[in-house]
Design a protein around this ligand. Structure first.
Ligand code: PMV
Length: 369
């Protein structure tokens, strides 16, 4: 499949006004996407758990306008007009315009809020961009359905097309956002290891998964709520000409192959080893880029060491992963939640800013509201 698949043919001339709303979750990668080509094409495959509680809720109001020479939109975060998001959304609109031919015909009001604090250091780009992409797909669907009822165009808005294109559009906003449309395990990036995988959109992991992973918990420790010094985009680009890039990209394919067996068997020791190695490899790539940078903070390392000590002492299957920042995602099966939460509250919260952490768990994707 190519990008062409998502360019609508015989697009309807009708422009209904209206309002749509979606809530879309964040996700946490087990095998990390780090390095991209033009148009947000990943250099390697990744796989993530979709989260459940950390989400963005976006309402999109759309009103047809007289002229169609520019993009026109206002953004509100928590009810307040927000100018900071506008450049990112403008770029997103430019990237998706050819796939959404109606986009300049409308003035959009985008009202958005997150279930987690904006200043928590949790990236809202995956949940935010996926929510916006889904809203735009609902607009497209309304336009096309008008035509279908008029019997002019027969286009099936089956669920598969809708979520594939939503994921495809979300990817153009922020790569990892394409993994937030569905759940509970999503693969993105073409690889022989997973049938049906694509560089263009996320797909549901299609193989057997042991019950132990069905209700996996993710407690996010907010070690540093500040703005990161180096954005993901800059970090991805530093993988061009990176001395370890080719080995790293190959390793992601190999790790996915290994993870497939782990997900099937429920081998938690192997899961812990693979996931923690992925997290540290991501940060090792940052530290060995030119220019190099470090996103972990002293407390990130203190948390990691405390987790290792607790695991050694208790034998409980607690592990961590990291995204492109200082916060730590603590991963564990639901059946072990009681002692692990106790440990988090007694020993790990002291490393969090204002003792702040968020309890989340694996989720099943976005919902229309
Ligand atoms: O989606 P981006 O461009 O913000 O990149 C995210 C990359 C990581 O979070 C570090 C890894 C991943 O696969 O989510």
């Amino acid at each position: 499949m190519t990008e062409q698949h998502f360019i609508p043919e015989n697009f309807s001339e009708t422009r209904p006004n209206g309002q749509v709303a979606w809530e879309s979750p964040s996700n946490i990668a087990l095998i990390k996407y780090w390095g991209k080509r033009k148009n947000q094409i990943p250099e390697n495959p990744s796989i993530s758990f979709t989260l459940s509680h950390c989400k963005t809720i976006t309402t999109l109001s759309f009103k047809a306008k007289e002229t169609n020479d520019t993009f026109s939109f206002d953004v509100f975060l928590d009810g307040n007009k927000n100018e900071d998001f506008k450049p990112k959304i403008q770029t997103f609109f430019e990237r998706v315009e050819q796939y959404l031919p109606f986009i300049k015909d409308y003035h959009f009001t985008i009202e958005t809020k997150n279930t987690f604090p904006h200043s928590s250091g949790i990236a809202s780009s995956a949940s935010g961009m996926s929510a916006l992409a889904l809203c735009l797909m609902s607009v497209e669907k309304q336009i096309m359905e008008k035509e279908v009822t008029l019997n002019v165009v027969e286009r099936s808005y089956n669920e598969k097309y809708f979520s594939q294109k939503a994921s495809f559009l979300a990817r153009l906003g922020s790569g990892s956002a394409c993994r937030s449309i569905e759940g509970d395990l999503i693969v993105w990036g073409e690889t022989k290891v997973v049938e049906g995988s694509s560089n263009l959109f996320g797909t549901k992991y299609p193989y057997p998964v042991h019950d132990i992973f069905k209700e996996y918990q993710d407690t996010i420790l907010l070690v540093d709520k500040g703005e990161k010094q180096v954005s993901s985009s800059v970090g991805h680009n530093l993988m061009h000409n990176h001395p370890y890039a080719q080995n790293r990209f190959q390793q992601a394919h190999d790790n996915l192959e290994k993870l497939k067996l782990i997900l099937k068997s429920g081998d938690l020791d192997a899961f812990i080893g693979l996931v923690e190695s992925e997290a540290l490899t991501l940060h090792a790539m940052m530290m060995t880029s030119m220019p190099y940078f470090i996103l972990m903070k002293p407390n990130t390392l203190k948390v990691i060491n405390a987790i290792w000590g607790f695991r050694e002492k208790t034998g409980l299957p607690i592990s961590f992963t990291l995204d492109a920042g200082a916060n730590v995602h603590v991963l564990y099966p639901k059946r072990d939640a009681a002692p692990i939460l106790e440990f988090i509250k007694n020993e790990l919260v002291t490393y969090c800013q204002n003792q702040h952490f968020i309890s989340d768990q694996i989720g099943f994707g976005a919902n229309q509201i």
